[in-house]
Design a protein around this ligand. Structure first.
Ligand SMILES: CCCCCC/C=C/CC(=O)SCCNC(=O)CCNC(=O)[C@H](O)C(C)(C)COP(=O)(O)OP(=O)(O)OC[C@H]1O[C@@H](n2cnc3c(N)ncnc32)[C@H](O)[C@@H]1OP(=O)(O)O
Length: 304
């Protein structure tokens, strides 16, 4: 992968490369001239997120690669944020297609193993990473188009909802939606806000309460996706859409996007810590842990 963004990081963190990369990605970096050292991010090859840049076209394709189901582990979330930040800083890139490298799955959503049987500090760290992913994607200056080439429940749907446009493969087995209630959990307010901004209040109320997972044609009808095409045309269609959006002058489009989205993002930004505390206390409840364990068991038994 030919990404060569240079990140200025605190020298103390050199002892912990993983923490250092995360800190840089999440913006916890010393200001320029603050005694840090420059390292090339290229040295840390990404494994869970593949980025294929096309500088001539001014675009990149970002593929999630966390088999078998692209669950959003802490590692994947961190790599996603790092990769996005590099692309935001790359003057040759103006638009990105987000898609999956795992056959038949866009993303299975948040990694249930990050939310089960761990300690409160882990839940807090994980939730902060989920928030960061959403904020970075939702407020991205780049044009983002989701090429949904597989199932996209819950957090997978959320990623697609942060994009400016969604193209989905026409396979009726691929469903998309915020199905949290089916797991006995509640979609946070910012998941809900993102959905309401996309499909409207009434449709969101129904979809969220019932935990609806929509097959492609229904997702199109309700406005959760913008276009449904045969599977082998998902990426090429996404790239064509990207080209159309990139025909608009960046500054005008970016200011407009920000005007539309900032109030929604600000709601979370104003109460990030409270949202983390709320998540930690909710997810730590015995009843919620039992529900999640049972759901995981059900997924595993499905095979046998
Ligand atoms: C205020 C508090 C707010 C709390 C809010 C918390 C918000 C949460 C949002 C979320 O994203 S929760 C996650 C919701 N995700 C799902 O419900 C999807 C579950 N998965 C599936 O439905 C299916 O796996 C699939 C994606 C449709 C793919 O089906 P397929 O038949 O291809 O694979 P499986 O055999 O089911 O799974 C393979 C393997 O992967 C494990 N797995 C699946 N999903 C997850 C996941 N989300 N996290 C972790 N692991 C997952 C599954 O258990 C299998 O594991 P095994 O060990 O190979 O048996």
């Amino acid at each position: 992968m030919a990404l060569t963004a240079v990140i200025r990081v605190p020298s103390r963190a050199l002892l912990r490369p993983w923490a250092r990369l995360r800190d840089a990605a999440l913006g916890w970096i010393e200001p320029a001239g603050g005694g840090g050292v420059e390292v090339s991010a290229q040295r840390f090859a990404s494994q869970k997120v593949l980025v294929e840049p096309d500088p001539a076209a001014g675009v990149a394709v970002m593929k999630f690669k966390n088999p078998p189901v692209n669950s959003l582990s802490l590692e994947l979330l961190t790599e996603l944020v790092i990769s996005l930040e590099k692309l935001e800083n790359d003057k040759t890139v103006r638009g990105v297609v987000l898609t999956s490298d795992c056959p038949g799955i866009f993303s299975a959503g948040l990694d249930l193993t990050e939310m089960c049987g761990r300690n409160p500090a882990h839940y807090a760290e994980y939730w902060k990473a989920v928030q960061e992913m959403w904020l970075r994607l939702y407020l991205s200056n780049l044009v983002l188009v989701a090429a949904i080439n597989g199932a996209s429940p819950a957090g997978g749907c959320l990623i697609a909802l942060t994009c400016d446009y969604r193209v989905m493969a026409d396979n009726p087995k691929y469903c998309i939606g915020l199905n949290e209630t089916l797991l006995g959990i509640v979609a946070p307010f910012w998941f809900k806000d993102n959905l309401v901004n996309t499909i409207g209040h009434r449709a969101s109320e129904r979809a969220l309460q019932l935990g609806l997972l929509f097959p492609p044609t229904e997702a199109l009808q309700v406005g959760m996706v913008d276009k449904v095409v045969p599977k082998d045309q998902v990426q090429s269609t996404a790239l064509s859409v990207l080209a159309q959006w990139m025909a608009i002058p960046d500054h005008a489009r970016q200011l407009t996007k920000n005007m539309m989205r900032k109030p929604t993002a600000d709601r979370l930004l104003k109460q990030r810590d409270a949202d983390i505390q709320n998540f930690v206390s909710f997810i730590s409840r015995d009843s919620i842990q039992k529900s999640l364990q049972m759901y995981l068991e059900k997924l595993k038994q499905k095979k046998g």
